[in-house]
Design a protein around this ligand. Structure first.
Ligand code: GDP
Ligand code: MG
Length: 321
């Protein structure tokens, strides 16, 4: 647990210096707690992709706290900000235990969707390793038949973790690959099926129709599946991630989100924005390209990692790796 926190903190270092670091610095430099400071904070939050609505809500709560407690010290303001952000992020998430619970469901079907390049295939590869390490019988389905490279990429991940992959040649009908995969998973007693999909088609309508067809195909074999439909979003795309989520959610019902590339962005604030704009829980975060760089999202731990530094104050720490 400790080493995980360390890792997350260090991975978030870039987010931190760009986001919470900037907030902390602004509060310190301002030296006094006044309305001008509050306005600067709103601006930083908005620039960090927290979103206009969420930014205003955070700072309005901060104003109330400052007034009520008559805060004058930077550290008090920063602490108040942390607890406000933490509360807002945790709201509605309290009952959500991080991780996956398959219960007695078998096979447990997880469908991954999202635009090209966000990290669907990588996330599936990382999860394949996790589930296989847990002793589960794992199947990957190469539903991105749009590009040959996508099928190869998933095959490499399957080989690395020694799990089964169901694939066909490029340009085959993704729904029929999915159908065959699930039928086989049912008859052969697989525990979990992870389905990769294309993020690009000749046009957006085609893509949405295809995802819809895949969803219906799965339901033909297992009416209550997919047990999870996870939209993968790239944190570095900021507010664009939110509009992607709205588009995809209108075609297939999303059960959760994965936010990738949290290591490579100064925009960790997008997690707050997503929480505010979409009522879809974040399940996983990607913090790098390697197999171990996937974490169950834990809102409390996430806020703590954003605000904590190892040297007891400087938000400029770049981590210890
Ligand atoms: N830094 C970083 N890179 C990632 C992460 N997740 C995926 N990537 C990289 O993003 C690129 C696109 O990923 P891919 O899985 O092919 O995206 P897909 O098109 O959605 O399947 C690859 O180079 C991945 O290595 C992450 O959490 N952090
Ligand atoms: Mg892919």
């Amino acid at each position: 647990m400790l080493s995980f926190m360390k890792k997350l903190k260090s991975k978030l270092a870039k987010s931190k210096s760009g986001f919470v670091g900037k907030l902390a610095e602004t509060i310190r430099l301002r030296g006094k707690v006044d309305e001008e400071l509050m306005e600067e904070l709103v601006e930083i939050l908005i620039r960090s992709d927290v979103g206009v609505g969420m930014s205003e809500e955070i700072v309005e709560k901060l104003r109330e706290e400052v007034r009520y407690h008559k805060y004058t010290q930077s550290q008090d303001v920063l602490n108040a900000l942390q607890s406000i952000m933490s509360d807002l992020l945790l709201k509605d998430y309290e009952d959500l235990t991080p991780g996956f619970d398959f219960g007695s469901v078998k096979p447990y079907v997880i469908l991954f969707i999202g635009v090209n390049g966000v990290g669907k295939t990588t996330t599936i590869g990382k999860l394949a390793r996790r589930f296989s390490d847990e002793g589960k019988k794992v199947m990957l389905i190469a539903g991105d038949t749009f590009r040959a490279a996508a099928i190869e990429q998933l095959t490499i991940w399957a080989d690395r973790s020694n799990v089964t992959i169901i694939k066909r040649e490029q340009n085959s009908d993704p729904s029929s690959v999915v159908y065959d995969g699930i039928a086989s998973a049912m008859s052969k007693g697989f525990d979990v099926v992870l389905i990769d999909t294309a993020g690009r088609q000749h046009n957006k309508v085609n893509l949405m129709n295809e995802l819809n067809k895949i969803d219906r195909t799965i339901k033909k074999l297992i009416p209550e599946a997919p047990h999870e439909t996870i939209l993968v979003l790239d944190a570095t795309t900021g507010q664009n991630a939110i509009s992607q989520a709205k588009t995809f959610n209108s075609v297939v019902k999303l059960s959760g989100l994965t936010i990738t590339k949290m290591d490579g962005t100064a925009k960790g604030g997008v997690v707050m924005g997503i929480k505010h704009e979409l009522n879809i829980p974040i399940r996983l975060i990607g913090v790098g390209e390697s197999v171990e760089d996937l974490k169950d999202f834990d809102a409390k731990e996430f806020v703590e990692a954003m605000f904590t530094t190892d040297d007891g104050g400087s938000e400029e720490t770049e981590g210890e790796e």
